[in-house]
Design a protein around this ligand. Structure first.
Ligand code: GAP
Length: 558
């Protein structure tokens, strides 16, 4: 499946639109249309139900070290700015970017690739911000233009090696620094010489700036005064709202460690290069769990959540060969993490063999609760210690509140360790759409085999569960079909359609992933049965019209 086909279907059938499209759209922002909103709600509801409301805290779930409880939370998007200072987001939540002085475009430093080549006695690095084969072709095209060559002269370009990240052009050099009291010392400094780089959208060399840090948090102002002190941030993750409410959850409910707090909500990141449809957006929704457990059992809980979350995607229809669970290497781990695994999907916009992150499952130790107690932490050897400023005071002071937990059965007081399964609702929705997109051949209304496009969505996720049609718009069929529709409507999301040839109506429902269609025909008028049609197998069978609801419920849940 080409990504363009899915994007076109999403637009045509009302799943997704570019935000504020009539004004040309706004990069990194998307609107869910009438069917998209149902699909995404179903993704969120499946997650909430499977993780929170349907979780049985009285039994030990398969693979879990013990029984556990789950509760929910819905925090404000804007929180006290100190939250982000202590969590580390204020100082560290940035990407490196490079700007192009010529095209005025900005790129994420780690997403620019290129190749060295020599031509006409000049050695240059031709860069592209498009990955894979397409990026390779773009660099060849750009090089031809730069050296003013025609197609027949292409062998004048002598390429040196494969595509490599722009970051590989960095080197470290010693700089002489005069330090008071110490005289002249040498300091190691990163040097980025881009003078021979042809930027992704530039016509001349050396237009890219040195990489600079760019904090991804959106700023806004609270209150009417609008001074710097009133600056707040749109949350870049929902997780911190859970940590700062840990004590409230413990004090207001009877939850006991181990337990998890779940939250679904919007997050905002001023991504430098939003791309790949909704995959990297600037406004998106997260589905996060912070699971609090005893430090000793935390490795087993990490293992449990890693496997539990992977299974969730499989159960909802993502194919095993396109879904993988990847453990982070030691170098990839955050400074506080004892273990992280990503659940990744082979999205069609990625080069073959590459996977994109759907969810991260991280063992975060006691980093988060301690940060909000003591202040921003940094690693010192094996220890996490409060970061100090030049005067020896905490760089970002914590709340000072005691976020430890007292186990009244073992009489032990400890700071719980945290396992964090953090998923994106939009990325999950996109993966389910990509996986569902199918083409096959099916007979049309004249029995001729024709191409059929359908979404093989899991019935729990399908925006419409069943469509009801009268075969023709006469002979009392619409009246019976409307009666069936009326019976189903309070229980299921159903759709009624009486316009056009029935074959075309089936196709329209296949295209949006409706698992079942019910058709009232002339036989219904004599024996009270209707045909039920299965989207995937195209099998049709008859059921009594009064049994439609029971039949659908059994099949949708089964
Ligand atoms: N609290 C941990 C955390 O936020 P993350 O890996 O930065 O971790 C978790 O984000 C999930 O949120 C990702 O796996 C992804 O599904 C989703 N996500 C992150 N940034 C996103 C973006 N710019 N657009 C869409 N989804 C995003």
């Amino acid at each position: 499946m080409e990504m363009e086909q899915l994007v076109a279907l999403c637009k045509r059938r009302g799943f997704l639109f570019p935000s504020s499209e009539i004004y040309g759209g706004l990069q990194g922002f998307w609107d869910y249309g009438p069917l998209g909103v149902e699909l995404k709600r179903n993704v969120r509801e499946a997650w909430w139900r499977d993780m929170v409301t349907a979780h049985n805290e009285l039994e030990v779930s398969a693979g879990a070290p013990s029984a556990y409880e789950m509760v929910g939370l819905d925090c404000a998007i804007i929180m006290h700015p100190q939250v982000w200072k202590c969590s580390g987001h204020y100082d560290l939540f940035h990407d490196f970017m490079v700007d192009c002085r010529e095209s005025k475009k900005r790129y994420r430093y780690d997403q620019v690739y290129g190749r060295w080549l020599t031509c006409k006695g000049q050695r240059i690095f031709v860069a592209s911000d498009v990955p894979g084969v397409e990026g390779l072709e773009l660099t060849e095209h750009k090089a031809m233009k730069f050296f003013n060559l025609r197609g027949k002269d292409a062998d004048e370009l002598v390429w040196d090696g494969d595509m490599q990240p722009l970051t590989t052009l960095e080197r470290y050099g010693g700089t002489r620094v005069i330090e008071p009291g110490r005289g002249i010392t040498m300091q190691s400094r990163k040097i980025c010489d881009f003078s021979n780089v042809l930027g992704p959208d530039a016509k001349s060399l050396g237009t890219l700036t040195e990489p600079r840090e760019f904090n991804l948090m959106f700023k806004t102002i609270v209150g009417a005064l609008g001074s710097e002190e009133d600056t707040v941030f749109l949350r870049p993750e929902t997780a911190q709202g859970i940590f700062v409410n840990f004590k409230n959850a413990c004090d207001s409910t009877r939850v006991r460690v181990p337990f998890g707090i779940a939250q679904i909500g919007k997050s905002f990141r001023n991504e430098i290069t939003p791309r790949n449809f909704t995959f990297r957006s600037r406004e998106f929704e997260q589905m996060e769990i912070e699971f609090f457990c005893h430090p000793q059992s935390s490795p087993q809980w990490y293992q449990y959540w890693r496997d539990r979350r992977y299974r969730w995607y499989l159960d909802l229809g993502l194919a095993g060969d396109r879904l993988r669970l990847r453990d982070h290497d030691k170098e990839e781990l955050s400074h506080y993490s004892c273990g992280t695994a990503d659940i990744e999907y082979a999205f069609p916009f990625l080069p073959p063999g590459e996977f994109g992150e759907l969810e991260g499952v991280a063992h975060r130790g006691d980093f988060d609760l301690r940060s909000h107690m003591e202040g921003k932490l940094v690693r010192q050897g094996d220890q996490l210690v409060v970061e100090l400023d030049g005067d020896g005071k905490p760089r970002h002071r914590g709340s000072g509140k005691d976020l430890s937990y007292f186990d009244d059965q073992t009489k032990e007081r400890f700071i719980p360790h945290v396992i964090e399964p953090s998923a994106g609702a939009d990325r999950a929705t996109l993966a389910f759409l990509c996986e569902a997109y199918q083409e096959d051949e099916a007979p049309d209304e004249h029995g001729k085999p024709t191409k059929r496009l359908f979404l093989r969505l899991h019935p729990r996720l399908a925006p419409i569960k069943a469509a009801v049609f009268p075969l023709v718009k006469k002979d009392g069929m619409p009246e019976v079909a409307r009666e069936i529709y009326k019976t189903l409507k309070p229980h299921l999301t159903v759709f009624y359609d009486e316009k056009g040839a029935v074959g075309r109506r089936y196709r329209r429902q296949d295209e949006v992933g409706t698992p079942f269609c019910i058709t009232v025909d002339s036989q219904t008028l004599t024996d009270g049965t209707v045909t039920l049609r299965d989207r995937d197998t195209l099998r049709q069978w008859r059921v009594a019209k009064d049994e439609c609801l029971g039949e659908l419920k059994a099949r949708l849940n089964g």
